[in-house]
Design a protein around this ligand. Structure first.
Ligand code: GLP
Length: 252
């Protein structure tokens, strides 16, 4: 696990975007696993900028998003499908039919989860971008006694609903359920890029990267993966910097 702590968010965004861009440059038919939330916003902006400067084409790229709210149609401005078009897909040359998110509107959600898993099995992810929730969730895999491997419907924790309420007019409007890729699907990615920013993530970042590997902190499972790159701003990394463990820390 290579952990880099950046002085500025601009530098973090540009280095994270450069990793995604180089994955596509090396493999024009790359399969990218993408994330939503506030963390990737600056990374997508930097990626759009870099792609336009270097004329990088996404025409052969396929994407799979981690998750989607149950009950929000793709036109809803808080759906992750809408977010992805706004933040990334509308600004690069990727054909929309090569971009995939689970549908939270499917009449048969179990069938939708199985369909998503079949697609993921046929197109292994080269690089999975990940944020982390305050409770250690990845995608919407909430802390639990047991985690689910494949794509599934999950109840959101009250803390997650409260954290995501900032994007909605009122907390009551935040969906109570989501479809999420499971932890096994996430861990199947060839490479994982975990990004976190802000002092409010410092504790969970430390727990995830240096604490026990436990389903109580789903992000801690990343410790079992052979190729994880972690990019943090100095606020999110501050608990690690005071730690004298054998982590491979790079200060940038
Ligand atoms: C969300 C998403 C996650 C995301 C996390 C952190 O609810 N389902 O994929 O990584 O919570 O969000 P943020 O980046 O806004 O802190």
């Amino acid at each position: 696990m290579r952990i880099t702590i950046f002085d500025s968010n601009e530098e973090l965004d540009s280095r994270a975007a450069a990793l995604i861009a180089s994955t596509v440059a090396e493999r024009p038919a790359a399969v990218l696993g993408l994330a939503t939330g506030s963390t990737p916003v600056g990374i997508y902006k930097a990626l759009i900028r870099q792609a336009s400067q270097t004329k990088l084409s996404f025409a052969g790229v396929t994407t799979y998003n981690l998750d989607e709210y149950v009950g929000l149609p793709p036109e809803h401005d808080q759906s992750y499908a809408y977010y992805m078009r706004q933040q990334l897909f509308d600004h690069i040359d990727i054909p929309l039919e090569q971009t995939h998110l689970p549908s939270g509107m499917a009449a048969d959600l179990a069938a939708e989860c199985a369909r998503y898993d079949r697609m993921l099995a046929s197109q292994p992810i080269d690089l999975q971008l990940l944020g982390v929730g305050h409770n250690g969730h990845i995608g919407f895999n909430e802390p639990a006694e047991a985690l689910v491997g494949g794509t599934h419907v999950t109840d959101l924790e009250p803390a997650t609903i409260a954290a995501n309420a900032r994007f909605f007019e009122r907390e009551e409007l935040v969906p109570r359920q989501a479809i999420t890729m499971g932890v096994a699907s996430i861990l199947k990615a060839r490479q994982i890029l975990l990004v976190a920013r802000g002092a409010d993530k410092a504790q969970i970042v430390k727990q995830a990267l240096t604490g026990p590997i436990s389903t109580a902190c789903p992000a801690s499972l990343l410790q079992t993966h052979a190729h994880v790159t972690v990019m943090l701003d100095k606020e999110a990394g501050k608990e690690l910097m005071s730690d004298d463990s054998a982590l491979h820390l790079v200060y940038s």
